[in-house]
Structure formats: structure tokens, C-alpha cells
Design a protein around this ligand. Structure first.
Ligand code: AMP
Ligand code: ZN
Length: 489
């Protein structure tokens, strides 16, 4: 551990850096402070639980860094202009619809799914990022960044579009570890964009096509490409040195490779120190994805009777860099493990009702036992967020202290020390909180179930859930933006 000038104790944390392909200690550009950028959702539909796996890993990482003593500024963008959003939002508009109507239709769709996304975050206890910029609120910064690249000779305009000239950026491919020859038929190649100098050059600004919402620009009406959105918002909101940048592994190439080319091309120096990528959630050996149709949403799980926190736990009991095959059996197993931790918490909250009063020759010193669990827990978490090992440290402690308490009652102080450790670890895993928070989770799950019932137009079920909440003294407030707030009567 090392301390900062203000005497904050900070635990060192190492993470796997996709750039170096090594687990490395993180070293913030300002001592004790970390600036984190996460690529956020494309809001044209519900997030599926594969997407949510990625957002959960980012939350776990952030919570670990906070618990380790760092200050964190976290930015996650909302992608609210993009091909699929345009495709889905413009359906039904006449061919001659004015630009304003096209923008309004796009915003109606993205506002709706942004609200659902925020609900999902809340249900899974994912802490809200400090800033969540919407791409459409930052078009000006994107145009400025593109102009900067044009001025430096790193970008060129062709027939109303602007492209990045990767031949001008010698380290292109450094993140994905691609050799430039091998990139000839990369997935970034868009066959429509025949005006490009080189097949691998990627688009920064897309010239207007009929039926699309557009913005004015020095290159004519059009809209930003997806990659430039993150560079522009990241530089604007976090600055020209970002400590950690995250996303799912599918974003390594081309999205993050292109972000590096754009940001570093414009800034003239390294932009991100550590690139951290989470693995996929799979279904029967295939990546869960909207295009394959093999996906579930969080609402589907809730409808099948699972609590979002059970899903959170199931995901976090696996290492973030290992593929997970999703199954309902896995969720049931997670539920059983969670019950064990919660039962232990309850036992520690009580004053030794089940405890024994005898002697035991194998008796341990509970405070030493606890210290070992803490050391093992942090040893695992600081080594690239090794959650399976960190949880093993908790379960070993639970077995040992339960066995001891069966024979020789733990004292109140020892119970409180165990509770303190549970709080400390829950500040990261967010799955075994104290009583007040447990009630909140129950309420939030019922609200989630009610939203799911409303979406599937099951009005009887939605009314029943409202009544159940009312009986618990909870008053619901349906907000204009589609989210549901609550308060205690
Ligand atoms: P999108 O909303 O499509 O932009 O994706 C949001 C995030 O979900 C990105 O970071 C993707 O890398 C990630 N993602 C997409 N599919 C999966 C999956 N099956 N498992 C884990 N993460 C995924
Ligand atoms: Zn991004």
C-alpha cells in the first residue's frame, strides 16, 4: 500500500492491459485519481444480458478501485446516433419528411431506451457513471476534432464524407496487434465507401443519405461516424490523458484501434494508459447478440423469477476475461451461493442464537482468521480482479467462522468485525448488503417486474404488483421519461 499527500491509503491494483498483453500495476496520471472512459450502449433497443455483462465488469472494476482508495471520474457515453438507430427510428416517416422530424423521431427512440438502460443499471446496482454524455449533444466537438485531423493531413474529405488516412498513422494496429498487411480485408471495410484512398481508411463524417437526420458541417450535411463520437467526448470530458478505457472484446478492433488513431493523431501523444476488455457472454457456444436472436434481456430474467442481483452475482463469480456460457442452472447455483453469504450475515447480525458455548481444541483466533480472509480477498482482487478467488476467500471464512460459532460462540465484537468485512466486500460485489438495502432491492425487483408486466401488456399482473408495493407502504411515481420512482409512505 502507498499513501498520497493527503494521507489516503491506496492499495495497488494490477489490470490486464490489452495494449501490452500483460497484467500491469495501474499508474494514474495524477496521483490517487483515475479517469475512466467506457463505451456505452447504443440505445435502439433493450440492452441484452451480454451487453450487461460488460457494464457489470466495468462497475466491478470501478468499485474495486474506489474501495482500494482511488478517486474515480467515470465517463460513459450514450450512442444516440448510429446506423441501426437511424434504421429503426425513421420507419414510417414520409420520404420528404423535414430534417427536424427525422431528429425528433430519432430522439424519441433513443430517449425511451436510454431510460430503460438506466433502469437496468439501477436494478443491478451498477453505480451511475459521473458523466453520461449523449453523442448528439457533442456534434460540435466531433466536427472540431475531425477538422483538426484534416488540418494535420490525417483525414481527407471525399464527396461530403471525411475519412481517416491510416497510412498517416504508423502505429495503427498497435492495440489489436495487427500487422498492416493482414488488415486488407478487415471488418471495418465498408464496400459502399468506394471514394476512400485506401480500403482500410475509416469514416469520420458520413455524407447525408436520403431519409437520414443530418447536421450541417464544413463538408456538407451529414452525421458523425461511430468511432469519432468516443474520441471527441472522451477528450472533452476527461482530458488528453485517460487512465483506463474499457469495453467488450469486440470493440478492440476496429472501434478502439480507431479511437487511438483519432485521439492520438489529434493530440500528438499517447491518450490512454490501460485498455481493459471484458469477455463475451455466450449462449450454446455462440456470442449472445441481437443479430443472432439468441439473447435475453434483464426483464426476461425477472419474468422468470430471477432477481437482477442474482444475475450480477452469477456474472461476477466468473473472471471478467473468461467466456461465460449463460444458463438458468448457473443462475440457480448463483442464488444458492448468495443465500449462503446472506445467511452468514444474518447469523453475525444476531447475538449467537445458533452458537455453542463449549470448548474446541481446533479453535482459531477469529480476528486472525478475518485478517487472512481480508488479505486473500485483496490479493485476488488486486491481481486483475480475480473474483473467483476473492469469493473463495469469503466462503472459506464463512465455513471456518460458522464451524467455530457452532462450538464456541463468537463475541459481539468478533461478529461486528465479520460484518465489517462483509460490508467492505459488498461495496464491490453489491450483492449481500445490510437489511435496509435488502429491502430496497426487494422493492426494486417488484418495480422491475411491474415494468416487465406493463411492457408485455399484462395489466392484471402490473396492477397486482402495484397493490403489493402499496401494501408494503411504497408509493410509485410514474415519471414522464418512462422510468418509475418510489418513496416510502
Ligand atoms: P452496444 O450497445 O451494441 O454498443 O454494446 C454495448 C457493449 O456490450 C459493448 O461494450 C460490447 O462490447 C458489449 N457486448 C456486446 N455483446 C456482448 C456479449 N455477448 N457479451 C459481453 N459483452 C457484449
Ligand atoms: Zn467507444
Amino acid at each position: 500500500m502507498w499513501s498520497t499527500g493527503v494521507m489516503r491509503i491506496i492499495r495497488p491494483i494490477s489490470l490486464y492491459n490489452t495494449l501490452s498483453r500483460k497484467i500491469e500495476p495501474i499508474s494514474p496520471s495524477s496521483p490517487g485519481e483515475l479517469k475512466i472512459y467506457s463505451c456505452g450502449p447504443t440505445v435502439y433497443n433493450f440492452a441484452h444480458i451480454g451487453n450487461l455483462r460488460t457494464f457489470l465488469f466495468q462497475d466491478l472494476m470501478k468499485r474495486t478501485l474506489l474501495a482500494a482508495g482511488y478517486q474515480v471520474r467515470h465517463c460513459m457515453n450514450i450512442t444516440d446516433v448510429e446506423d441501426k438507430i437511424i434504421r429503426d427510428s425513421q420507419v414510417g416517416l414520409p420520404a420528404d419528411a423535414p430534417n427536424q422530424a427525422r431528429h425528433t423521431a430519432m430522439k424519441t427512440l433513443t430517449d425511451k431506451y436510454t431510460a430503460f438502460f438506466l433502469e437496468d443499471l439501477e436494478a443491478m446496482r451498477i453505480r451511475r457513471p459521473d458523466v453520461m454524455p449523449k453523442a448528439t449533444d457533442h456534434i460540435g466537438q466531433m466536427k472540431t476534432l475531425i477538422q483538426n485531423l484534416v488540418d494535420k493531413g490525417l483525414a481527407y474529405a471525399r464527396e461530403g464524407s471525411v475519412y481517416y488516412r491510416i497510412a498517416g498513422f504508423p502505429t495503427y494496429g498497435c492495440l489489436a496487434h495487427l500487422d498492416r498487411e493482414g488488415m486488407q480485408s478487415g471488418s471495418s471495410v465498408d464496400v459502399d465507401e468506394y471514394e476512400k484512398d485506401q480500403a482500410q481508411d475509416f469514416v469520420l463524417w458520413k455524407a447525408a443519405k436520403p431519409g437520414e437526420p443530418t447536421w450541417d458541417s464544413p463538408w456538407g450535411p451529414g452525421r458523425p461516424g461511430w468511432h469519432i463520437e468516443c474520441s471527441a467526448m472522451g477528450i472533452e470530458l476527461l482530458g488528453d490523458r485517460v487512465d483506463i478505457h474499457t469495453g467488450g472484446v469486440d470493440l478492440i478492433f476496429p472501434h478502439h484501434e480507431n479511437e487511438i488513431a483519432q485521439s492520438e493523431g489529434a493530440l500528438g501523444h499517447a491518450w490512454v494508459s490501460t485498455w481493459v476488455h471484458g469477455e463475451f457472454l455466450m449462449v450454446e457456444g455462440e456470442k449472445m447478440s441481437k443479430s443472432l436472436g439468441n439473447f435475453y434481456t434483464l426483464r426476461d430474467l425477472v419474468e422468470k423469477g430471477f432477481n437482477p442481483i442474482t444475475f450480477r452475482y452469477a456474472i461476477q463469480s466468473n473472471h471478467y476475461r473468461k467466456l461465460i456460457n449463460f444458463s438458468f442452472e448457473g443462475l440457480k447455483a448463483a442464488d444458492n451461493s448468495l443465500k449462503r453469504i446472506r445467511a452468514f450475515r444474518k447469523r453475525m447480525e444476531e447475538d449467537g442464537i445458533q452458537a455453542g458455548g463449549g470448548t474446541w481444541k481446533e479453535a482459531l483466533d477469529p480476528s486472525q482468521r478475518l485478517e487472512k480472509a481480508r488479505t486473500d480477498f485483496w490479493g485476488a482482487m488486486s491481481d486483475d480482479l480475480n473474483t473467483p478467488e476473492a469469493l473463495a476467500a469469503i466462503f472459506t471464512l464463512i465455513s471456518d467462522l460458522n464451524a467455530q460459532d457452532d462450538r464456541i460462540a463468537l463475541s459481539r465484537e468478533e461478529r461486528d468485525a465479520a460484518l465489517e468485512f462483509l460490508d467492505e466486500t459488498d461495496s464491490i460485489f453489491a450483492a449481500w448488503p445490510g437489511e435496509e438495502k435488502t429491502l430496497d432491492t426487494e422493492i426494486e425487483t417488484l418495480i422491475e417486474q411491474r415494468s416487465a408486466a406493463k411492457i408485455s401488456k399484462n395489466w392484471a399482473e402490473s396492477d397486482r404488483l402495484r397493490d403489493q408495493l402499496k401494501a408494503m407502504g411504497i408509493i410509485l411515481e410514474d415519471r414522464k421519461d418512462g422510468t418509475v420512482g418510489w418513496r416510502k409512505a
